[in-house]
Structures are given as C-alpha cells and as structure tokens.
Design a protein around this ligand. Sequence first.
Ligand code: ADP
Ligand code: MG
Length: 148
Amino acid sequence: MKRGEQLVRTVEDMDTEAQAFVDALTPEQHSATLITLSGDLGAGKTAFVQATAAVLGVEGPITSPTFVIAKVYLLPEGQHFDRLIHIDAYRLNSLKDLNAIGFGEMASNTKNLIMLEWPEQVEGILENSSLNIMIEALDDGARQITYA
Ligand code: ADP
Ligand code: MG
C-alpha cells in the first residue's frame, strides 16, 4: 500500500497519483479491500476515485454517488479486482445504514475494491479499512494527500 504524503498540483495530476496508488495496492486475501477517503467537502475525494476508476479501465462517466450512496463499476478482466464500488457515506449515520445498502456482502468479496468517502460517519469503518487517504486543499489549489 502507498504510504506517506504527496502533493498533487492539479486535478489532471490526480491521474498520475491514482496510477501510483493502484500500482501499490495490496489486495486483502480474506475480504474486500476497503479504502477510505477523508477530507472536507470539495477536497477531491470523488476526483481521486474518478481518477482511480479511469486507471482501472472504467469507461464512461464516473459521477459522484452522493445521491445513490453506492455505485458499482465492473472492471475489465485480467485484473485482481472484478468491481470498483464507490460509496459516499455523507448521509449515513451508522453501520446499520451501511449494511442496509448491502455493505456486508460487498465487504466480504475479495474481488471488490471498495472506496468509501466520509468514513467518519460510520463507526468502526476507519479502523477496519486497509488504507485511509486524507486529502487537504491548500491555498493555491494544490492538494496534500496523506496515505495512512
Ligand atoms: P469531494 O468528493 O472531496 O467533496 P470533489 O472531488 O467532488 O470533492 O471536488 C473536488 C473539486 O476540486 C473538483 O471540482 C476538482 O476539479 C477540483 N480540483 C481543483 N484542483 C484540484 C486538485 N489539485 N486535485 C483534485 N481536485 C481539484
Ligand atoms: Mg465526494
């Protein structure tokens, strides 16, 4: 897994960063691989997931899942993961809410790469994720990304 800090100057540079993130991805062996994304509204969490989806070969628009909570993208064959699942937990309040959208089943499948925004909304999620990606917007528009 990628660790440490990285400066991303523009939204276009997110693609390069997402490639580095994907290259360093270590899939979990007994569950889905859960990646959480933290940061303020507009920090670039969705932009990061969109860049990752493009790197993984998802074609077509990758929109914010805010209004549907979760979006599932089938990935082209020949990769470790079969699916990229993008979850926006902004409107959720508990693990019960998350399980209501089928999270338990999603999280048990090793072929799933789950990228979840707003993990702070759901108790226990941050602790159970393989990696947290913290994104901060700097004054000049660049983004500081911390992988921990
Ligand atoms: P979040 O999901 O964290 O609320 P979004 O990804 O939806 O944030 O929005 C981030 C916005 O910031 C996008 O409109 C994106 O184009 C813009 N942006 C500007 N500079 C950058 C950068 N360096 N990295 C990522 N996004 C950037
Ligand atoms: Mg978002």
